[in-house]
Design a binder for this molecule. Structure first.
Ligand SMILES: CCCCCCC/C=C/C(=O)SCCNC(=O)CCNC(=O)[C@H](O)C(C)(C)COP(=O)(O)OP(=O)(O)OC[C@H]1O[C@@H](n2cnc3c(N)ncnc32)[C@H](O)[C@@H]1OP(=O)(O)O
Ligand code: NDP
Length: 263
């Protein structure tokens, strides 16, 4: 079906670095972008998971490599882009997909708990974006960034830290689109709703079902539906789009905060 939507070879000659690329939404994006011809470079902390993902992609004839990195560590991010430059001469696209949080009511979150989530979702995304842009500018290359955020229009009860961090990423998306447009770097975000991945293990199944039954499109989303949005933004069809957040959420952004799940 995907091959009927996107032309075969659409991304041939392009390379894309995907954080959190060994699992869930990140892996689905690697699979689709790889099927369309891109070389995919997967990044996350767990080497074993990354290697399993690369092996799977190779069996599907996708050109894939991986590098274990903790995006919260500035030095590891610097070394990552040194490696990408040295091994592959750089890359064209960056997808900041790594992220997450724990659920807790705001009054139960310590300063360090809040910091850990901001560190991963906002600081980590910034460190990756900044190093990627510097690499492109130094090489005189153009490129694109996609930030995976979270549906948050009505607040995010039970996830105040993640909501604040992702709102920061959405605003950063606009500012960087503005500042880096002159360097030929397009910066956009995708805000998934509730998507069936192993990342949902930490949530209560009944709560998830209750949440999705209220959606205008009353089902849970699939990881490949996020991947298709990414393929669109990275394809020539996305060449005049920058600074936007595309909601791929079955209409979740239309619901009020009272319809959301409490953590
Ligand atoms: C319900 C239906 C709606 C579903 C919609 C879901 C939408 C979103 C889905 C997803 O995001 S899927 C992705 C799934 N994966 C994850 O979210 C996992 C990511 N989480 C993590 O990687 C870690 O939790 C973290 C956020 C990065 C923190 O890791 P770190 O190693 O830094 O943590 P710790 O050192 O253990 O703790 C730091 C700090 O935080 C406090 N803390 C940890 N857990 C809790 C908790 N459950 N409640 C309150 N506080 C917590 C911990 O105590 C530490 O604080 P201090 O004790 O030092 O003050
Ligand atoms: N599933 C859903 O309903 C939704 C998901 N999202 C977001 O989409 C993204 C993907 O989520 P999903 O695929 O569902 O869940 P996963 O838990 O599968 O994805 C999270 C990925 O991030 C990686 N990661 C976590 N911390 C770090 C770090 N410090 N450095 C590098 N990599 C890291 C993890 O690998 P490792 O642990 O090996 O480092 C993992 O591969 C996340 O940002 C999530 O918050 C947003 C809205 C809804």
């Amino acid at each position: 079906m995907k091959q009927e939507i996107f032309a075969p070879g659409l991304l041939t000659g392009k390379s894309v670095l995907i954080t959190g690329g060994g699992t869930g939404i990140g892996l689905a994006m690697a699979q689709l972008l790889g099927e369309l011809g891109a070389h995919v470079i997967l990044v996350a902390r767990t080497a074993e998971t990354l290697e399993e993902a690369v092996t799977k992609l190779h069996t599907e004839h996708i050109s894939a490599d991986c590098i274990p990195v903790n995006i919260r560590e500035e030095q590891e991010v610097t070394e990552l882009f040194d490696t990408v430059s040295a091994k592959w001469g750089g890359c064209d696209f960056l997808i900041n997909n790594a992220g997450g949080q724990f659920t807790a009511q705001a009054l139960n979150i310590s300063a360090n708990g809040f910091r850990s989530v901001v560190d991963l979702n906002l600081q980590g995304t910034w460190q990756m974006s900044s190093a990627f842009a510097r690499m492109l500018i130094e090489k005189g290359r153009v490129g694109r960034i996609i930030n995976i955020v979270l549906c948050l229009q009505s607040g995010v009860p039970g996830m105040v830290h993640a909501g604040a961090a992702r709102a920061g990423v959405m605003n950063m998306t606009k500012t960087l689109a503005y500042e880096w447009g002159e360097h030929g770097i397009l910066v956009n975000a995708i805000a998934p709703g509730t998507i069936a991945t192993s990342g949902l293990k930490q949530y209560n199944t009944d709560q998830i079902q209750k949440g999705v039954s209220r959606l205008p499109v009353s089902r849970i989303g699939r990881a490949d539906e996020i991947a298709m949005a990414a393929a669109y933004l990275l394809s020539p069809a996305g060449s005049y789009i920058t600074g936007t957040t595309l909601e791929v959420d079955g209409g979740e952004h239309l619901l009020g905060a009272s319809d959301q799940i409490k953590g």
